[in-house]
Design a protein around this ligand. Sequence first.
Ligand code: G3I
Length: 354
Amino acid sequence: MIGRRAVLAAPMALAACDRLASAETPALRVPPLKTVAPCPFGTCVQIANLDDPSWRDLASVQISQLTPEWEMKMEYVLADGLAHPRFDRTDRIIDYARANAMTVHGHTLIWYSQGREAFAGLDDAAFDRAFDGYIAAVAGRYRGKVRSWDVVNEPILDDGSALRDCHWSARYGQDGYILRAFEVARRADPDAVLFLNEYNLEGIPKKGATFLRLVERLLKAGCPLQGLGAQSHLWIDIAEGRIAAFMREAAGFGLPIHVSELDVTLRTDKGALDLRSHADRVARQTARVTELTEAFMALPPAQRFAFTTWGLRDTDSWYRKADKDDGKDSPLPFDQNGRPNPMAGALATAFGRA
Ligand code: G3I
């Protein structure tokens, strides 16, 4: 029976080891990721990043594609209502990308979690005009300026048991709203590659299977779905092999695949009871990143659409925002000072094994 004092001492000793280890760890030398990736290497961006010179410096070296993190979504565009869409911030992101030889992946046109307020109270005819009009206005505005779109984001329930019900499916049905959104987007921008984007496809096999069945149904219905977005918000305890297994199954459709929002939190559902050292958890993190990247590299080149992390530096991560921050998480390729984390090394190594 370990005494209470010993149990309390354990985390402190582990923390000391971590500090000592990090103090001795030589700085990683990693080639710019956009130079070793076999496709555009991207990250998410918001205006606050563009106003940060250190972010711009790091992005100019590492990044060749951008995904607007939130300002291209209804929550920003429709903040003043359907009659007064706001494009100022996304216009600035597009201009920055074009001035810095970066492509843009549009994110996202239709999402279950946004738009309810702006569309509230509309009768069916007005709802239809607003739904089609929004997609046509946003995708039309950036026609020729974005490479691709997440036309629909996160259509599946967290447990993978079914598709979500939402204000969009209430009007058009669960597959219906997705079909309609893709058809309107196709008309608005005939050249953009149109994606369906989802998370936890790897770590929750049932969700991955439901996603792939949805893709099959949509394609059979003639949906202009052209790409599959695996967000890859991974966690360190995903069983070995699951990530690669999903990538292999998804590849079967022959469509381009976008690893669209990679991050790997070091926090676990064990919370403070997770007595594993930082070094141990980082080792598990890099093992999962290696598995994902090697599975991506095993795709035919035509199916390697892009590889995007959901932030550049740990402090840019949504995990490090106020209500989620434990001050220690390191979910991204670079630390808060822009120095490569082990994740960056794992990415470069796996990309380099082309
Ligand atoms: O910057 C403003 C701040 O000025 C303002 O005071 C504050 C309160 O209104 O809002 C701040 O903006 C927030 C923004 O994140 C920047 O932190 C928005 O409210 C907040 O809604 C936004 O959250 C984003 C979230 O999607 C919802 O759009 C996160 O940044 C973004 O990382 C997250 O990304 C999602 C993907 O789109 C889909 N996949 C999951 C992923 C993580 O949840």
